[in-house]
Design a protein around this ligand. Structure first.
Ligand SMILES: NC(=O)c1ccc[n+]([C@@H]2O[C@H](COP(=O)([O-])OP(=O)(O)OC[C@H]3O[C@@H](n4cnc5c(N)ncnc54)[C@H](O)[C@@H]3O)[C@@H](O)[C@H]2O)c1
Length: 442
């Protein structure tokens, strides 16, 4: 039974506009996927909000409603889509170019719908994404002016489509690596840096800034710094808007954050972990540039350090050699192959190996995450949660956390955190998995 008071959550009435920054493989697979699901032509597999259930109360109670029936989420029929991209292709052309979804089964039947989604001119600068060229680009005298133009786009989109609420998800390319610096400490410094054309203010930050100023939740699906710094966190708090990131946790890293906790749970040592990928989509091409790759590398490398805690377990993980490679290989398109060779050791130090060869489809794994993030960020906003949404770290490779906290990377700890947050929001008891109450009479 519920033992606490449910939080007040505004109802999900009216339309929810989902603004994607970037209309590439992930965004078009997401948008076309939702439309196919809405028309009954496919199932939303991989989406926790659409297919997942949540256990409530004791195991003996057999209460496990669908998440979307337990918490008041926006319904798929109420979603409308918008996007920005420096490439002017509409969603149909972009989806054809991405080559993820079957043309005859999933694109032609919804061609008119997709053609109606045309990207707004982007805030784009090749300095931040070396391998792309953009023609559909905004011009402005200062970065602040560009951010203001994005704010106008947001307002215009909302009015044009009669949206009740909006969310923004960064589905655009990975920018070059930027360390947080003086421009990022306070909002005042950040705004001055926008005026001064400071190179540490990247386009993704302008989208995040515009979203927050307009009261729109912002989720970052790439590893860029974007909204992971104090100025943006303060802005999110002051505007009462949820933010989160970074980098969708989809393929190899998802597997890593399941296997690594297993080794640690059993006190098995890890000598080395070599992860390599081949992929041939535009994302792979962008990541072929060393500066964009560095941003991704940092994001992919971080997880083992936090999960294995080498400082606590120096004999098991103190000497681990961790390497991550991404190789651009055009013939594979979006069908990435991620290999992992893991050298582990057990009792008395005897070595063993595990090989994982994940033949995945990058955007097929990412699309349901975009949907879940859009719906959960909208829920968070309506529930009055603002600032960093750590409970959604389930979806990210480098989860944003409060200063001084280390991120939880273990997929199942993240899942427990997510579901317990939903229980908390709805006034249901937390599930601790203690279970002793089942045995008290024994
Ligand atoms: N697919 C996955 O499994 C996965 C997992 C984690 C992260 N990601 C990240 O998601 C992002 C999208 O991946 P994708 O496969 O769709 O890539 P993509 O190259 O197909 O699409 C990215 C799009 O963003 C556009 N873009 C670049 N800079 C922009 C800007 N400043 N404003 C607006 N649009 C801009 C590009 O023109 C392109 O159309 C990438 O950063 C990728 O690293 C993907």
């Amino acid at each position: 039974m519920a033992d606490q008071t449910a939080r007040r959550i505004a109802p999900a009435k009216g339309k929810l506009g989902v603004l994607c920054v970037g209309l590439g493989a992930v965004a078009t697979t997401f948008i076309a996927g939702v439309e196919n699901v809405r028309r009954g032509a496919a199932k939303p597999i991989g989406s926790l909000t659409q297919m997942g259930t949540i256990r409530l109360g004791k195991r003996t109670e057999s209460r496990a409603p669908l998440i979307r029936e337990f918490v008041p989420l926006a319904e798929l029929k109420d979603l409308v889509f918008g996007a920005w991209d420096p490439v002017p292709d509409d969603a149909y052309t972009a989806a054809r170019h991405a080559g993820v979804l079957d043309r005859h089964e999933h694109l032609e039947p919804i061609a008119e719908f997709l053609k109606g989604i045309k990207p707004m001119p982007a805030v784009f600068d090749q300095y931040y994404v070396k391998r792309l060229e953009g023609k559909n680009v905004k011009t402005g005298k200062t970065k602040r002016e560009l951010a203001e133009a994005l704010r106008k786009d947001i307002r215009d989109f909302k009015a044009k489509h009669g949206c009740d609420r909006l969310v923004m998800v960064w589905c655009a390319s990975t920018e070059i690596f930027i360390s947080p610096g003086p421009a990022h400490w306070t909002l005042e410094a950040f705004e001055k840096a926008m005026d001064a054309g400071d190179p540490t203010v990247a386009p993704s930050m302008l989208y995040a800034y515009a979203a927050l100023q307009e009261g729109v939740p912002f989720a970052n699906g790439a590893p860029n710094l974007t909204c992971d710094f104090p100025a943006m966190e303060a802005l999110a708090k002051s505007k009462g808007v949820p933010i989160g990131g970074k980098d969708f946790k989809t393929g190899q890293t998802m597997v890593k954050t399941v296997l690594a906790p297993m080794f640690k749970a059993r006190m098995l040592g890890v000598a080395g972990w070599y992860s390599t990928n081949i992929l041939g989509n535009r994302d792979g091409e962008v990541l072929d540039d060393p500066e964009s790759f560095k941003t991704k590398e940092e994001s992919k490398l971080g997880v083992l350090e936090y999960i294995l805690q080498p400082k606590l377990y120096p004999e098991l993980y103190g000497e681990i050699y961790h390497k991550v490679r991404i190789n651009y290989y055009p013939p594979r398109g979006d069908n990435k192959e991620g290999w992992d060779n893991i050298d582990i050791f057990g009792w008395l130090g005897y070595p063993m190996q595990i090989k994982v060869d994940f033949l995945c489809r990058d955007s097929i794994l990412a699309a349901p995450l975009v949907l879940d993030l859009a719906l959960f960020f909208d829920l968070a906003q309506r529930a009055g949660l603002s600032g960093i949404q750590e409970w959604l770290s389930f979806y990210f490779k480098s989860p944003q956390v409060a200063p001084g906290l280390y991120p939880e990377h273990d997929l199942f700890i993240q899942q427990t955190k997510l579901k317990n947050t939903l229980r908390y929001l709805m006034g249901e008891e937390q599930i601790t998995h203690l279970g002793i109450e089942y045995y008290q009479d024994a």
